[in-house]
Design a protein around this ligand. Structure first.
Ligand code: NAP
Length: 560
């Protein structure tokens, strides 16, 4: 047990302390106004605190604001991928489709901001440049690229996991005479590919969604694939009023059920069997039923051990490989599309609508960018080690500096001017994904070391912000001015996150989960994959144990 017996300042907003002699502008500064930032604002307002969200975009919505490429849609059922905090909201909102399109999700979050009168505290077109902990005053000082400055007792990083798009450093891009786009920075106005020779680089979730749409318009489409990904049919469909109405009659039940599942998603009964406990015929029938039903959670829930046993996983992977081979008519193209060197589900399992079928079109060519890598972008197109492709338009579906990228993009300084980027030079270190030692009063929403991208993001965001808001309320009730992750608790948590990941098949794949997609980024498995339900229970237990593993100014901290 450790004591941190700092004097309690009375200079904060409500006497709960804001630091030495400075009265901060705000109680809470929130960086980002996506699903996390918007909910953060709602929660802190409810506590009666002065909160403000700073958002780089010209609109709210985060991921759903920036990723407006054709075909962008959610891969979690929309009745689940939506806020649960207001029963009135979930009862009044009608999702038009099972997996909503980007535009519908953006409309939804804008509706939420209006309905709860949140806009007046959201500042758009405001990119945060630095966040510095002013130790003598116990406050955060946040500056923006256009020179504004804010002070606040707490800083909440709601910066998102997939918000720093990456264009690989191909030489010559600046010479390209055509148009080019990144899926994660898509323009507001529609892009017309009609009659154009288009190249798409990247075949992750974004590429897999955009490729079938572009193929319908382009005169020729070249898909540059480095690593083949597994993708399953989404089976998206319109949601009828009846179906939605029935779901709404039991909304409370579904939301409660989601809390007790590994992915934070209800409606998929937990599997009871291991894959090899079934006969090959029964296994095939089970996979076939899942394939027909659509969705990735349902498929990965076919058996208990698909993400922990290689032999079990092989049965699911082989099933999908068979589907690719029977869908794609040209055997050489099919073979190139078949993922061979990692377990299914160890990289993000994609959902598609007509992806493999697209390669049967005479205008679509799959280019193997693994055996013949892209070496250069020229004035007229793309050059690989073995060929040159003339293009009018290039689409980069090349992903993000994920999970830590948006945080590293801000100059964040904690105690003794410690830089977060430096602290995380060998990989992110957090306690529960919520805080990092040396950075008092800075919370990270769905940060590394929490389930984040391995759960329904909206569910994970609500759980984190409920925890953070309760924590701030607790500090104010105790008149404590500071909370910080204990360094030893953090070390133990990082070890636990690694142990949990090592007991699964996830580390067997190169992916953005491990930072492998960004040259030079440390290889660390970043999300907590022990299951959302277990993680939630741990967070609740930590609170019951009086914030075990946190140091609270003026009160004893209990060892984790
Ligand atoms: P991604 O999964 O990281 O895919 C990026 C693609 O670009 C990969 O195919 C990658 O190949 C390729 N690439 C990168 N650098 C390259 C290079 N130098 N040469 C050739 N190819 C290169 O990114 P994403 O597709 O944008 O998806 C990121 C995540 O966002 C998803 O996993 C998902 O969590 C989320 N997302 C979700 C949805 C949805 O809900 N439906 C839609 C879009 C995105 P390698 O694999 O070989 O690195």
């Amino acid at each position: 047990m450790r004591y941190v017996d700092e004097p309690v300042s009375k200079s904060g907003a409500d006497g709960a302390g804001g630091g030495g002699g400075v009265s901060p502008d705000l109680d809470v500064v929130i960086v980002g106004a996506g699903f996390a930032g918007v909910y953060a604002l709602y929660k802190f307002r409810k506590l009666g605190l002065r909160a403000r969200a700073l958002e780089a975009g010209s609109g709210i919505g985060g991921t759903w604001f920036w990723n407006r490429y054709p075909g962008a849609r959610c891969d979690v059922d929309s009745v689940e991928y939506s806020y649960s905090f207001s029963d009135a909201l979930q009862m009044e909102w009608d999702w038009p489709e099972r997996f909503s399109a980007q535009g519908d999700i953006l409309r939804y979050i804008n509706h939420v901001a209006d309905r709860f009168d949140l806009r007046r505290d959201i500042q758009l077109n405001t990119r945060v440049q630095s966040a510095t902990f002013d130790e003598p005053n116990g406050i955060w000082r946040v500056t923006t690229v256009d020179g504004q400055a804010y002070t606040a007792r707490f800083c909440v990083m709601a910066t998102g996991n997939l918000s720093l798009p990456r264009v690989p450093e191909f030489p010559g891009l600046d010479t390209f005479k055509g148009d080019w786009y990144h899926t994660g920075l898509w323009p507001d106005e529609p892009v017309d590919f009609t009659g154009r020779r288009v190249g798409v680089i990247g075949t992750g979730s974004s590429g897999i969604q955009v490729i079938p749409i572009i193929a319908k318009q382009a005169s020729e489409l070249f898909v540059f694939q480095r690593t083949a990904n597994f993708t399953l049919p989404a089976r998206n469909r319109a949601l009828s009023g009846d179906e939605l109405g029935q779901h709404k009659t039991r909304y409370g039940f579904w939301r409660a059920e989601a809390q007790n599942t590994p992915f934070g998603i209800a409606g998929h009964p937990a599997p009871t069997k291991n894959a090899l406990d079934d006969t090959p015929e029964d296994r095939l029938a089970r996979f076939e039923a899942k394939w027909k039903a659509g969705g990735s959670v349902s498929f990965l829930y076919a058996y208990k051990d698909l993400l922990t046993s290689k032999a079990a996983n092989d049965t699911a992977a082989e099933f999908v490989r068979g589907k690719i081979r029977s869908t794609v008519k040209d055997p050489a193209t099919a073979e190139l599309l078949v993922p061979k060197d990692y377990p299914i589900g160890a990289r993000r399992l994609c959902l598609d609508t007509g992806y493999y079928e697209t390669f049967n079109l005479p205008t679509v060519t799959l280019v193997d960018a693994k055996s013949a890598p892209i070496v250069e972008i020229t004035e007229t197109g793309v050059k690989t080690t073995t060929g040159a492709y003339a293009l009018d338009t290039l689409v980069f579906a090349t992903g993000f500096d994920a999970i830590t990228g948006a945080l590293a993009d801000i100059d964040i300084r904690g105690r003794d001017a410690l830089s977060l980027k430096q602290k995380w030079a060998h990989g992110p270190r957090t306690y529960l994904g919520l805080m990092t030692a040396g950075f008092p009063n800075m919370f990270i929403v769905t940060g590394p070391g929490s389930p984040s991208v391995k759960a329904n993001m909206v569910c994970a965001i609500e759980q984190h912000l409920n925890w953070i808001a309760d924590c701030v309320a607790m500090l104010d009730a105790r008149k404590s001015r500071m909370i910080e992750a204990d360094a030893q608790a953090e070390t133990r948590w990082v070890e636990h996150v690694n142990e949990v990941a090592d007991a699964t098949l996830y580390p067997l794949a190169e992916s953005w989960y491990t930072g492998a997609n960004v040259p030079g980024k440390p290889r660390v498995f970043m999300p907590y994959v022990g299951g959302y339900h277990r993680y939630r229970a741990i967070c609740e237990e930590v609170v019951r144990d009086d914030y075990r593993g946190f140091v609270i100014a003026g009160v004893p901290a209990i060892a984790a």
